[in-house]
Design a protein around this ligand. Sequence first.
Ligand code: C2E
Ligand code: MG
Ligand code: MG
Ligand code: MG
Length: 280
Amino acid sequence: QAKNYAKYMGTNQFQLYNKEIHEKLMTMNELQADILTGLEKNEFFLVYQPLFYIQDERIAEIEALIRWKHPEKGLLYPDRFIELAEQAGTIINIDYWVLETACKQLKSWRDRNQKPVLLSINISAKSFETKSFVPDITSIINQYEVNPEYLQLEITERMVIKNVEESIQKLCQLRDMGIRVAIDDFGIGYSSLSYIVRLPIDSIKIDKSFVQNITSSKESKAIVTTIINLCKILRLNVIAEGIESKFELDYLKSNQCEIGQGYYFSKPVHIEEIERLLME
Ligand code: C2E
Ligand code: MG
Ligand code: MG
Ligand code: MG
């Protein structure tokens, strides 16, 4: 009887398992195809979040964030497709679309004599690991005659740690061209400080989970202060993500954090709105 039971369960579980995998594969394939058509049909767009100098609340830089106007599913935020696109590999197509769109934007601002501003984009691990990453970026920058000093790439600790020497080499090449590099979501990765201090980077963005716990947790306060101090010693720009309240802002200000990003200042906005803000 036990044997029968096992067999019964086995078959059943197998079917269940099979169905799950099938559904997952379906969504993956569908998503992959959806993303490629979506890119062709211009369903993706960028929104722009201004970052501010905490001392005087002037705009310091702008982060471009992707959105997807899906024909059936409506407006999709990155949490609905970035991770899956990473698994499916189409993230590379997305990243290049973002890079190209950002470069077009920088070119358009320059053509219209808009006051220059640093534009930051998020790069995922898959793209960064590509052999042709640096030459590809170089050719897009050249194509749109972008001044590389106004382009910033946001990468994460985890991406760099996978292959430290190769990453350092790529980062050096990018920075030699004048491109700026920021470490995004800093503090939640697993990297050791001995690696971080060796990285050729410009800025560190303190992950919003620490900033949002400043109010309630002594530990988060300590982590934020420590990262700020580390950045001062390493001569890196320090940016606090996810500032939502005056309390958080005041804490960061009194601890000499330079730049802030968050709903307290501004949500990500459409291009027209960011251009209006830049002209103020
Ligand atoms: P991220 O790079 O850390 O970007 C910051 C995220 O925090 C954005 O979410 C932004 O809208 C949100 N945010 C800003 N201020 C606040 C605040 O005060 N409170 C809270 N709760 N959130 C705030 P978003 O746009 O949904 O993007 C989520 C993540 O998706 C990004 O995190 C980034 O890792 C990824 N992502 C976004 N756009 C792109 C892209 O173009 N390419 C790639 N590869 N990844 C992207
Ligand atoms: Mg980012
Ligand atoms: Mg990011
Ligand atoms: Mg972040």
